[in-house]
Write a protein that binds this ligand. Structure first.
Ligand SMILES: [Zn+2]
Length: 260
């Protein structure tokens, strides 16, 4: 038995618990009589994660629900195995369901051909969909579901009191989840999700990667400004909404200007 190292009342996180980096953040919501997990990470790490949960004196049969923040392989590769072992329901946003149920290697980033990345992405049944405004009771705790698209169309954040399990919306260094058209990213949605987080009276962000941190609107505002910039830059391909350079050039061409 190992002591539970709660990061907040009712909240454990496996990297903090293990005091080493296991991978994606895996939150355990301890509702007393039952618990839930937010994401499960890679399949390779799952035995260690389950062992940690056992060592903390939880009964694996008390797991009520696993919520997938979104359908990226580093968050959900172990989902199918976890569902078998824990015999609990899997919940995800409707827009994440096809990639999870089909084990879509491209949408989940399990296969990035150009970089030689190819790892298995086991299919997993999603037992229930959850969406904006749903409330999930886990024993004596309640999670409020936020739909926060942008990184992916189906990304969820989950609010519990003054805490927001914030997925890949923003990390402590101000970076954000990958922006990629092939992945369903949408910059304007991303900005709206960040604005919502900024406006909220949530006090702590519990991201899916890296350390937990206190919500800082200067950080969020700077990130929003950066993303706004991306909407006008060719760097972001079809995620950008326009390219002002082309408009300027069109005017220069019409005026007959030549290179100076
Ligand atoms: Zn991620």
């Amino acid at each position: 038995m190992v002591p539970r190292r709660y990061v907040f009342p009712g909240v454990l996180e496996m990297n903090y618990q293990a005091r080493r980096r296991l991978g994606v953040n895996i939150y355990l919501i301890d509702g007393g009589t039952e618990f839930a997990l937010i994401d499960v990470g890679f399949l390779d790490e799952l035995p260690d994660v389950l062992e940690l949960i056992r060592q903390m004196d939880f009964s694996l049969s008390a797991c009520k629900l696993i919520i997938a923040t979104h359908a990226d392989v580093d968050h959900i590769q172990g989902l199918s195995r976890a569902r078998e072992v824990l015999k609990c329901d899997i919940a995800a946003h409707p827009r994440s369901v096809p990639a999870i149920e089909e084990g879509d290697e491209v949408m989940t980033y399990a296969r990035i051909e150009a970089q030689g990345i190819r790892i298995p992405m086991p299919r997993c049944k999603v037992d229930r969909t959850v969406d904006e405004g749903d409330r999930l009771a886990i024993g004596d705790r309640t999670l409020e579901v936020w739909s926060t698209p942008g990184h992916t169309a189906g990304q969820l954040a989950l609010r519990m009191g003054n805490l927001l399990f914030s997925g890949d919306n923003i990390f402590r260094d101000g970076s954000v989840g990958v922006i990629d058209a092939h992945h369903g990213s949408n910059l304007l949605d991303f900005i709206a999700s960040l604005e919502r987080i900024g406006r909220s009276d949530v006090e702590f962000l519990l991201p899916s990667h890296g350390p937990i941190f206190r919500k800082d609107n200067r950080l969020i505002d700077a990130t929003i400004e950066r993303l706004r910039g991306y909407t006008h830059l060719a760097d972001f391909g079809t995620c950008a909404v326009d390219w002002p350079l082309m408009d300027a050039w069109e005017e220069e061409l019409a005026r007959g200007e030549l290179p100076v």
